[in-house]
Design a protein around this ligand. Structure first.
Ligand code: ATP
Length: 586
């Protein structure tokens, strides 16, 4: 196929801002394209060579492209650069210089799409010390045989500045019209795209086999499914109403979404944007290999940073330490992760995307062998707004962002690539940041594990309520202790140890070890949140809820100068909570 056909279409597309016209030009082009290279033409129109998840980009530096234009036209790099400065577009510059040259060219071999694609592909994949020269030669080779108009688009394609504005949906429209029998078949094509993320392959199938071929399209291992997204509502009542009176409410973990594709012993992890991020989380892949008891599966999970000493969830920012190419091994140690699974889209040959969520969840629970770092998302099934609210508070207090409430109806399929009302997120619309430290009383402790075996994993801390002369729990703190602290804590606390909860301590949490309220430590947290578990300020802000300190950290200060009755009071915590409420966007 002649590349000039593509260049002519690009020129027309570039000249219009109307989507319908753009679609018509695309239909024209697709109809002229031989079926066996239609995938390549589709990728090229979007300035690509492969679907995004392949991670192969043409991306040639402008400087290098300038050298190729110079070589192909016999002008100096300086001349090209000067002109480029004026036009601001290497495509236009290449065209200008080729127009000058055209007058002296007597014989030209016409450029074909196949050759353009092949050379661009070689350029994208070239590596090694001589790759620069190689790339310049490949590009100059194309430009030598290009017409000026063709050169404009080749130059733009290689430098990543084609920008025709052809959106995925426009391509799908064009495919529906050209091969599907009409625009109304777009939906069928769209589903195929949403479950494969590969427009080229959808184009090829519909061109070769028609819409019947597309209807049989199923998810396939290795091709990422475009993620289903959630709508958002501000109250449990609205959420339940929208979901038909009942839902599965799950913790909304605050980490990074991954879609894991497991084939026998091999696991690929895709990000929310469908990039292959397996290299970033070799530990995540290993967990999937070990704990997903299916030969083949596509499952979705949230990767969350975990405190290695306490096993508790860390804030989202901590996970950012894992966004790296180098030093991955060290980062795995310092910032270990857990996986919280929340969907199963394919299991052992069966495409589950059209099954209702309760069925998908059953499959998920069946194939996941839960362990320390692998869990199925915490959930309740409820139709009660009060219960939903409590569960929400519990989620926030445990380090989550809120809840994702999911439809349990017959039609609760996996809506790939769509933000719909089958999933509704419930996040806080306020945030209370903690800027001050608080002095809290150690009233209990929990046994440590792993590196902390023999010491405490976390301490149960309480604020003082002078009116009742009692201590009310407000947080569980396991962070900020040095090795020395950890070694000494059990010894130092031994003299305060009692066999049961102290009568002046109010707690709904069962600690492993209880203390008389004597020792005071200084702590700071990320924020104060409502809590259905902690007794501090119970019923003060909202009925059935107390206040808790989220992500608490020991500052290193034992307040030996303070008695338990000098600790921060419940009232002070209520004031801090009220003062620090801030609206958050998003
Ligand atoms: P946000 O910034 O709120 O995460 P988003 O646009 O990335 O927004 P949404 O679809 O609006 O995504 O919210 C759902 C996101 O929440 C998912 O992309 C996923 O990363 C995360 N998540 C955490 N826990 C769950 C869960 N149990 N079920 C579904 N998604 C979950």
């Amino acid at each position: 196929m002649r590349y000039s056909l593509i260049a002519d279409s690009y020129e027309k597309i570039e000249a219009t801002t109307k989507r319908l016209e753009m679609t018509d030009y695309l239909v024209e082009l697709l109809k002229k394209t031989p079926k066996d290279i239609i995938d390549k033409v589709v990728y090229l129109t979007q300035g690509k060579l492969y679907p995004d998840f392949f991670g192969i980009e043409i991306g040639v530096a402008e400087k290098l492209a300038v050298r190729a234009v110079a070589k192909a036209t016999g002008h100096s790099e300086k001349e090209i650069e000067e002109n480029l400065e004026k036009t601001g577009d290497l495509g236009t510059t290449a065209q200008i210089f080729l127009e000058r040259k055209a007058q002296v060219t007597l014989f030209q071999e016409p450029l074909t799409v196949e050759r353009v694609y092949e050379n661009l592909d070689k350029m994208a994949k070239a590596t090694g010390p001589r790759s620069m020269e190689h790339k310049i030669n490949l590009l100059a080779g194309l430009l030598t045989n290009a017409t000026p108009k063709e050169a404009r688009y080749v130059a733009r394609t290689v430098t990543g500045s084609l920008r025709l504005g052809i959106a995925d949906m426009t391509v799908l429209d064009a495919l529906a019209i050209a091969f599907g029998g009409g625009k109304e078949t777009r939906e069928i094509l769209e589903r195929a795209y949403n479950i494969s993320s590969d427009l080229g392959s959808v184009a090829k199938i519909v061109a070769e086999k028609g819409i019947k071929g597309i209807e049989r399209f199923e998810v396939s291992l290795g091709e990422p499914i475009r993620p289903m997204l959630a709508e958002r509502l501000g109250s449990p009542i609205e959420i339940l109403e929208k979901l038909g009176g009942k839902c599965i409410a799950e913790y909304k973990y605050d980490g990074e979404r991954v879609q894991a594709h497991k084939r026998e012993g091999h696991v690929t992890l895709f990000s929310r944007r469908l990039e292959d991020i397996s290299d970033q989380y070799p530990d995540g892949s290993e967990l999937i290999r070990k704990h997903v008891k299916a030969k083949e599966a596509i499952i979705e999970a949230e990767v969350v940073a975990i405190d290695p000493d306490t096993g508790e969830m860390r804030a989202f920012q901590e996970l950012m330490h894992r966004r790296r190419k180098y030093g991955v091994k060290k980062a795995i140690k310092e910032y270990p992760v857990s996986l919280f699974m929340f969907d199963a889209l394919y299991v052992d040959g069966k495409d589950l995307t059209l099954e209702p969520y309760p069925v998908r969840r059953q499959h998920l629970e069946k194939i996941i062998e839960q362990a320390d770092h692998v869990k199925v998302a915490e959930y309740i099934i409820t139709g009660d707004p009060e219960e939903l609210e409590r569960f929400f508070e519990k989620a926030v207090e445990n380090g989550c962002e809120g809840l994702v409430c999911k439809s349990v109806n017959e039609d609760s399929v996996y809506q790939a690539g769509a933000r719909g009302w089958l999933w509704i997120k419930y996040k806080r619309d306020y945030k209370s940041e903690m800027t001050d430290t608080v002095d809290l009383v150690v009233v209990g402790a929990f046994h440590g594990r792993g590196k902390r075996a023999g010491s405490y994993g976390a301490l149960l801390l309480a604020a003082y309520n002078p009116e009742e002369d009692v201590f009310k729990t407000v947080t569980k703190c396991g962070t900020g202790f040095t090795d020395e602290d950890l070694e000494k804590l059990p010894k130092n606390m031994e003299k305060h140890r009692i066999p049961h909860r102290h009568s002046r301590v109010y707690s709904t949490i069962e600690a492993d070890v209880w203390f008389e309220p004597v020792v005071v430590i200084e702590t700071i947290g990320a924020e104060i949140t409502l809590s259905p578990i902690h007794t501090c300020a119970m019923d003060v802000i909202r009925k059935g809820s107390g206040l808790a300190i989220r992500f608490p950290r020991f500052t290193g200060n034992y307040r030996l100068d303070k008695s338990a009755e000098d600790a921060t009071t419940v009232k002070e915590i209520v004031e801090m909570y009220r003062k620090q409420l801030k609206k958050v966007a998003g």
